[in-house]
Design a protein around this ligand. Sequence first.
Ligand SMILES: [Zn+2]
Length: 384
Amino acid sequence: MPVLKKARALIARPSVTPEDAGCLDLIASWLTPLGFRIERMDAGGVSNLWARRGTGGKVICFAGHTDVVPPGPLEQWTSPPFEPAVRDGYLYGRGAADMKSSIAACIVAIERLVTHRPAGAVPQGDAASHNSLALLLTSDEEGDAVDGTVRVVETLKARQEAIDFCIVGEPTCVKRLGDMMKNGRRGSLSASLTVRGVQGHVAYPHLAKNPVHLAAPALAELAATTWDAGNEYFPPTGFQISNAHAGTGAGNVVPGSFEIIFNFRFSPTSTVEGLQSRVHALLDRHQIEYDIRWTLGARPFLTPRGDLCAALTDAIAAEAGIATELSTTGGTSDGRFIADICPQLVEFGPINASIHKVDERIAVADLEPLARIYQHTFDRLMSS
Ligand SMILES: [Zn+2]
């Protein structure tokens, strides 16, 4: 069970963001004998690794993170989070599903591809040796994601090193290994809106200007607006107010200002500029005095059906016997940074039901199939 062994070795290292706890050194020690050139691109206390085997051709990359979220209340764990344990067919430990088992599976897949290439899987000679394999790993995915993947991407971009295909090993499956991959992610655009009024006594409203009353109809309209209809791959853009605050706490004071934080999860059918100008137009129409501060968390990306989707879909069908669903649901991931230098990027990894929870786990029976899915996908792309 080589995947299980490697997954256990990684889980045993308590790499809570941004700590790497020696995971990347261990991974480097696995990759070096396979012919990878290892580059550490650590920045701002974050550990980053770029490893590449081969110098030319297409670059086929696996991306992921060694960091994990904090375990939470230790007494609620059946076994300690950083002492990997197998019980009832599951491997338990923080990072078992998100995403140390994916990294272990990827490395075993590459070991087999490189050293025990199954007969007929990859044509020997030029086509196979021409393309490159690469890994992009960071210890800062679950945190601010400021000095992690984005720094490696900047460095690669500066030296004009592109990635042709990338699999991000995030846990994407829902009920069964292979049932879902993500071929895109929605964008995230936040705004902090301050509506200005005039503070006063509630008994003398003619001497005050209530910003809550002024903003309420506009907020209702924002919440009821259809921003777009989505497309074949994306649900419609969503708008949600996450925070609203006004008032001094006293019951007899009209507040002087009203602060609202809202967020768009948007499909590529809408643009950042388009959403912003529609919000401004709506607020202006309601004749509100306001300040607004926008923060773009992530731009959306989409990988249409192509070589990568086809290779992965076929590998899943061969191994798990199911047709995988292409989805763009869920939160953001580091895929958004890599998509900047990579035209074909998908996320695929194990079942995500237990991620970030107490007693995080992965079915032991899914470990070897996951490695074989990665292996067959790499295999096919290597010979493309
Ligand atoms: Zn993750």
